[in-house]
Design a protein around this ligand. Structure first.
Ligand code: IPE
Ligand code: IPE
Ligand code: MG
Length: 250
């Protein structure tokens, strides 16, 4: 496959984003607002994932990527971390066959070595089971960090080109954790914060960013449509001028 990226060639700007990447934030605040424990927000958050997976597949999105647990989330209280891990296990147990029945491929990316053996085994078998599915690819980023991703890719790149001193983007990109997907067209962050929090640092170079105050458990297909509508009004210039774009389309 020929390597293309938003910085080496001007990519297509499809009307429906091919790849949507989401920071699902605000579970804790959603729960706190209701005098519930934070974990209730995470439980409700899993339901929102289900809704959005379905809505994206219906709209013809090819890749949906969700940030479930960052490399920095280990800093949270032990109790919350272990609850999140248990939720991950239950979600896999309950959802994988549904994903499979809907022809959706599941990928889990991040430094999985820190998860316990049972969870790692479940992830591997879920990926194997859904590997040949073609309708949409759902990527769950777990113990993922954008800097981790770049560093692990650099390590592999250097190992494949022993003795080399200069490297190109083309040599690095195949080693990134999500090398199988095009760069995200649309990034959504719920929960009101306007930051990247070490998500896909490399891949977001030319992604359109959309922020909403809605907490993740409240995120619905209407919110998704609002994000896609906003995306459709953007002029994706990839470094060129607006006049150049107008010439191309006239
Ligand atoms: C996002 O919701 C889920 C994870 C990071 C696992 P939060 O748990 O960060 O919710 P807030 O930001 O505290 O409200
Ligand atoms: C980002 O949310 C990570 C995930 C949604 C998994 P955080 O809640 O951890 O982000 P910060 O700490 O507010 O930047
Ligand atoms: Mg948060």
């Amino acid at each position: 496959m020929k390597y293309t990226s938003s910085t080496t060639a001007v990519p297509d700007a499809p009307a429906v984003p091919r790849h949507v990447a989401i920071i699902m934030d605000g579970n804790g605040r959603w729960a706190t607002k209701r005098f519930l424990p934070r974990v209730a927000g995470h439980v409700k958050g899993v339901e929102a994932v289900r809704t959005v997976v379905e809505a994206c597949a219906r709209r013809g999105v090819e890749y949906l990527t969700v940030f479930a647990f960052s490399s920095e989330n280990w800093r949270r209280p032990e109790e919350e971390v272990s609850l999140l891990m248990r939720l991950f296990v239950t979600a896999l147990e309950r959802e994988v066959s549904k994903l499979h029945a809907n022809n959706i491929r599941l990928k889990v990316v991040g430094d999985l070595s820190r998860f316990d053996a049972k969870l790692q085994g479940m992830i591997a078998s879920a990926e194997r089971k859904t590997a040949a599915n073609t309708r949409m690819t759902l990527t769950v980023c777990a113990n993922y960090g954008g800097r981790w991703d770049i560093m692990q890719a650099v390590g592999k790149m250097v190992a494949t080109h022993p003795g080399a001193a200069d490297f190109t983007e083309e040599q690095l990109a195949p080693h990134l954790a999500m090398a199988y997907a095009p760069e995200p067209d649309l990034f959504i962050r719920t929960g009101g914060e306007q930051r990247i929090s070490n998500f896909l640092l490399w891949q977001l170079a030319y992604t359109e960013l959309f922020f909403t105050d809605a907490y993740w458990p409240d995120f619905s297909s209407e919110h998704l449509d609002a994000a896609i509508a906003s995306y459709q009004h953007r002029e994706r210039r990839f470094g060129r001028t607006g006049d150049q774009l107008a010439e191309k389309t006239s």
